[in-house]
Write a protein that binds this ligand. Structure first.
Ligand SMILES: [Zn+2]
Length: 277
């Protein structure tokens, strides 16, 4: 059996697969458990798990967790740990890298940017058919490009990341900072004149981020996903209509901006890691 995990900033979600069928799903708050100890509770109950595939909301290189702004890291050398202690083969890759691998295969395109707006703001890039990972596995960290100073510290340690303006956690932080009801949706913020500034900041920062990805990587397709996009489907057309005010025209020429059609691209991509190495 294969254990597939979507380790996100808010939830750890797992699926146990037997012969390509999901036989069990599990969910836990990311703040409640260290990832490795949560996996250990699962494999002790399901002793025939032989492979683990993880889509991880943090930086990873060659089976080693480098950092994770929103997840408790109990074991950094997680691949070696499960091999040596349990003889289980483990594959782990950044969640947006998993997502873009899945999107690139699904769309049959070699130049794809996957941009996810969820707890954080993430980007994965397949360029000329190759996943871009960088020297230490932290390339394409779009959410942490310098933008402007915010009154909060980002999970990466800086206070000027674009993710502090254009992400689900940023919206929560700004609502708290301005003493606004935390339940107000993005659309309600937009339509309420005294709060619309938060929406405007979010939209502009998101357009800066997406146009930066388009200008740098010249993709054929930009795939949007993540919780904030899913719960605000109007963002797709807003982005498509306004992006030309931001991105370099020759890089934008012919680019398709679409919402993901996959149910859970990071999980699909994590399963593909088995065939990659
Ligand atoms: Zn940051």
């Amino acid at each position: 059996m294969t254990l597939v995990i979507d380790a996100g900033g808010t939830y750890l979600r797992a699926e146990i697969h037997r012969h390509d069928r999901v036989v069990k799903t599990l969910k836990e708050k990311s703040s409640a458990f260290g990832l490795a100890s949560w996996i250990e509770t699962i494999i002790k109950e399901h002793k025939d798990i032989k492979t683990i595939c993880i889509s991880y909301a943090g930086q990873v290189k060659n089976g080693v967790i480098i950092s994770a702004p929103n997840i408790k890291v109990d074991i950094h050398e997680i691949k070696n740990y499960f091999k040596e202690k349990y003889d289980i083969t483990l594959f782990i890759e950044n969640d947006l890298n998993c997502a873009v691998l899945a999107e690139s295969v699904y769309l049959e395109e070699d130049d794809v940017c996957a941009i996810y707006v969820g707890t954080g703001l993430g980007l994965g890039v397949v360029s000329s058919g190759r996943l871009i990972t960088g020297f230490s596995g932290v390339a394409t960290e779009l959410g942490h490009i310098p933008y402007k100073k915010a009154p909060f510290i980002c999970g990466c340690g800086k206070n000027n990341c674009i993710e502090l303006f254009a992400s689900g956690s940023a919206l929560d932080k700004w609502k708290k900072h301005k003493n606004i009801d935390s339940k107000l949706t993005l659309e309600e913020l937009k339509e309420t004149s005294e709060f619309s500034e938060i929406y405007e900041e979010f939209e502009v920062a998101l357009l800066y981020a997406i146009s930066t990805a388009i200008t740098l990587f010249n993709p054929k397709v930009v795939v949007l996903g993540g919780g904030v996009i899913e719960s605000n489907p109007q963002l797709e057309s807003i982005i498509a209509s306004k992006i030309k005010e931001y991105a370099m025209p020759v890089a934008l020429n012919g680019v398709k901006i679409i919402k993901t059609k996959l149910k859970n691209a990071p999980i699909v991509g994590a399963l593909m890691l088995k065939g990659l190495r």
